[in-house]
Ligand binder design. Sequence first.
Ligand SMILES: NC(=O)c1ccc[n+]([C@@H]2O[C@H](COP(=O)([O-])OP(=O)(O)OC[C@H]3O[C@@H](n4cnc5c(N)ncnc54)[C@H](OP(=O)(O)O)[C@@H]3O)[C@@H](O)[C@H]2O)c1
Length: 336
Amino acid sequence: MTTTFPAWVVRKDDGANTAALEQLDTSTLDDLDTTVRVRYSSINYKDALALHGRPGVVRCTPLIAGIDLTGEVIESRHPRWNTGDVVTLDGAGLGEELHGGLAGIARVNGDDLVTVPAAFTPVQAAAIGTAGFTAALALLALERHGLTPGAGPVLVTGAGGGSGSIAVALLHHSGYEVTATTGRPDRLRARLTALGATEVIDRAELESQTRPLGQQRWAGVIDSAGGSVLAGALAALRHGAPAAAFGLAGGTQLPTTVLPFILRGVALLGIDSVRTAPTLRQQAWDRLARDLDPAHLDGLTRVVPLDQAQTAAAALLEGQGTGRTVIDVTQEGRTP
Ligand SMILES: NC(=O)c1ccc[n+]([C@@H]2O[C@H](COP(=O)([O-])OP(=O)(O)OC[C@H]3O[C@@H](n4cnc5c(N)ncnc54)[C@H](OP(=O)(O)O)[C@@H]3O)[C@@H](O)[C@H]2O)c1
């Protein structure tokens, strides 16, 4: 039996990608082991690119957009999942090479699903989404390298955005001293301080650091920006300190030299949330459940209906998104 559902679909039209809200039926979906009734998805930077036809995310067309989802299992051949289980999924090819989460129904690989932790409601799990999952992966990577709360201040770049905001809150609740850097210090200082940053600095301060080595300030970095912001952060890391890098909001170039690595033993740790193994997925969600205050999450989240996903995504492309945007895919646009 087929069921119809709404979905944001990216199609190639005259050589260019365009996205539109369409009605599909379940025969369109990938032949994977678990079917989920999606309640919420979210807008990450990659979703903004896909919904506005930009290259670099959608690898085949037509494709349902949306790199994460939260909802209930309605059918599964996977041994772990039963009808009614409340689950969440980040990355794993969703919205890039597999039909994604900006849709009423999704069919996914059960291996990649995680149970929504009891600490969070489904809407809070969606607010975490890929952004928060990636922030948690970054913190776990820094700690595997030896970072501990007593080591000194940890810098978060792109702190006003989705992953940056959650990184600030997660680090703070984990006992770290946090320096947040943003391109909008006047507008976002109070908000970032409320999330737990003890210091908020202007992104321009990092961008103007053109030498590869500067004053040693930070014990670690969680970076969503790349470009000259990451280069400036590397120049100001303390001896032996790690930087976890996952973003390119400020560009794909890295204008530095080998000096921070060979004279200060700085480590650059790359984070790829998409191809994360199931055990590490679970570890990241366990960490979020332990150390992300749901009240902080609610304070940085807004919920919009499915038909407004494309409009909501535009701000992220302009570097003006703040916090997290959850998409209520049940269409009515009710805030639960
Ligand atoms: N590797 C992975 O697995 C992975 C996973 C998740 C996200 N990402 C990447 O991480 C980045 C952030 O994702 P997101 O979903 O958190 O996006 P987002 O909500 O749009 O946040 C990005 C933030 O970056 C800052 N920014 C904007 N333009 C900038 C510029 N020119 N230079 C420096 N900083 C700039 C802004 O914060 P301020 O105004 O506060 O500076 C913006 O809010 C994106 O590049 C995304 O593709 C990668």
